[in-house]
Design a protein around this ligand. Structure first.
Ligand SMILES: [Zn+2]
Length: 521
């Protein structure tokens, strides 16, 4: 027993086996608990103690949770210090689930449990008859197992078809018949998710989707420690920290949550979307898969492209055609940015370019990553998700371009178009062609440096800058652009591209590969 002292507290993964060796029996555990080497406390006490230690150390509480430091996190801390069960109320894509998962980091690395017990019984206070019988028979020689913190976080997405059997458990008639036990004995019980989360954290997402009957079951367990299954009372004084999430409107809607359960939830905490574009961009940068390995050319993501992608979500959240009750997930810019990156990769591979530089016009290729991330109001439904998404992109480009271009001298470029000049690109036009075409327009290539493109940047990056300026001037209605699929016989000669036509001038050929053409004029 000599090493069951402070060495246990310091036990990391490497020395764990060695230091836990003396703690493999109930007798050893009792001594360790009595000496204070192993804490014996409820989950809520454990989370509170570990939280206090972390607050004292000044460590980041929930790494990877961005934008909640002054709002949500202080309230979560208060709820945990109060040892409350709590609920996060927020729209979709507000990192609610992520925040709940981060709670697991506040658990001890290991806790002692009864080996083989389905409900992780505490060896010092077992709930189930099987463990109690075993301890009665084996005494201090009863073996003890250790449960890691990751196994102590259980999460369930509530849906209307979740049953009491799923959540709490069921009486197993076969077990009962075989053992000849009374049905009400817990030995005949097939445990559901909640008892299996005993001595850990149990998170239920979208709580209002849970049927009233199940909510009653949850309440009974939280309040009384017992529950009725098929009419039989089962005593289950579980040791669980419960955390929930819900859409705020669903949660407050009358009759969605039974009042006694609501009363039992100690704190209601509102989450929110990132307050500004910068915070949102850092979330997206953290979550989106941009740094890719493999044979593809390295990706260059100009800041203005990332800003446009982010701005789409802000535009969508304030658009009256988009349903505000369900919100616009932060996953919209995350998935969109991944698609934008892929479109840049695809073009770089097609054109044999050494750098995959993302362009603002690549954002249009990311519509499939956006249309499923918001719900439409009736007015929006009439137009369709794709049309709305396209309009949101355009509005986002205008907002971002206004910030960049409003203080720049773009009049020479605009004038060139006013005098009848036009340019034509598709989203697979290579950088060399774009830069060559742009060189005809006085001042255009030079402007790229003023939107942040370095002077000696690779051609694809310069092309991305040109693309942004043209798309920005178009979004700001300084120049016009027509989009079609290439069948444009009616186009007047004056609107033909004025650059020297290469042999494969797409103007004279049917459209290739469905690539959408854009004419700036
Ligand atoms: Zn047990």
């Amino acid at each position: 027993m000599m090493s069951a002292g402070p060495a246990f507290r310091l036990a990391g993964k490497i020395s764990r086996m060695a230091t836990l060796q003396p703690l493999l029996t109930l007798g050893a555990l009792k001594i360790a608990v009595a000496s204070g080497a192993v804490p014996h406390r409820s989950v809520q006490q454990e989370v509170r103690d570990n939280l206090i230690a972390r607050l004292k150390s000044g460590e980041t509480l929930f790494p990877g949770i961005v934008g909640y430091n002054d709002t949500v996190i202080p309230q979560v801390v208060n709820a945990l210090l109060s040892q409350h069960h709590f609920i996060l109320l927020g729209l979709r894509g507000q990192a609610k689930t992520r925040l709940l998962r981060a709670l697991a980091t506040l658990l001890d690395e290991w806790v002692p449990v009864m080996p083989g017990c389905e409900i992780n019984d505490d060896p010092l206070a077992p709930l189930c008859s099987a463990c109690r019988t075993r301890i009665a028979n084996e005494g201090d020689a009863t073996p003890v197992a250790w449960l890691g913190r990751d196994a102590r976080y259980v999460e369930k997405l509530a849906t209307p078809d979740v049953t009491i059997a799923d959540m709490v458990g069921d009486i197993d008639p076969i077990k009962a018949a075989r053992s000849g036990l009374q049905l009400s004995s817990d030995l005949t019980m097939h445990y559901g998710l909640l008892p299996r989360a005993n001595r850990g954290i149990f998170a239920i997402n979208e709580l209002p989707d849970l049927a009233g009957k199940i909510q009653v079951g949850l309440f009974n367990i939280l309040q009384e420690g017992d529950v009725q299954i098929k009419g039989y009372p089962i005593r289950l004084p579980l040791d669980v920290l419960m955390a929930f999430t819900a859409n705020p409107e669903d949660y407050t809607a009358r009759g969605k949550i039974i009042t006694p359960l609501k009363d039992r939830i100690g704190s209601e905490i509102r989450t929110h979307y990132p307050p500004g574009r910068q915070a949102a961009m850092s979330i997206t940068a953290q979550e989106a898969w941009i740094l890719r390995e493999g044979g593809a050319p390295p990706v260059e993501l100009p800041t203005f492209v990332a800003e446009v992608v982010e701005e789409i979500a802000f535009q969508a959240r304030q658009d009256r055609r988009v349903d505000r009750r369900s919100g616009v997930s932060q996953r919209l810019p995350i998935s969109a940015l991944e698609n934008v990156t892929s479109n840049a990769e695809r073009r770089a591979l097609a054109c044999g370019e050494s750098v995959a530089a993302a362009r603002v016009t690549d954002v249009y290729a990311a519509l499939p990553a956006m249309t499923g991330k918001f719900e439409l109001e009736y007015e929006g439904e009439l137009k369709g998700a794709e049309v709305i998404a396209r309009e949101l992109v355009r509005a986002a480009v205008a907002t971002v371009a206004d910030g960049y271009l409003s203080h720049l001298d773009t009049h020479r470029v605009i004038e060139w178009f006013d005098l009848g000049g036009s340019l034509q690109f598709t989203d697979t036009t290579g950088a060399t062609d774009i830069v060559a075409a742009a060189q005809q327009v006085q001042g255009l290539v030079e402007l790229t440096q003023q939107v942040g493109i370095p002077a000696h940047a690779p051609e694809p990056v310069v092309a991305a800058g040109i693309d942004f300026i043209l798309e920005g001037l178009y979004a700001l209605k300084k120049i016009s652009r027509s989009e079609d699929r290439g069948y444009h016989a009616g186009e007047s000669p004056a609107r033909r591209p004025s650059r020297p036509a290469p042999a494969d001038d797409p103007d004279d050929e049917p459209p290739q590969g469905g690539g959408r053409k854009r004419y700036y004029n």
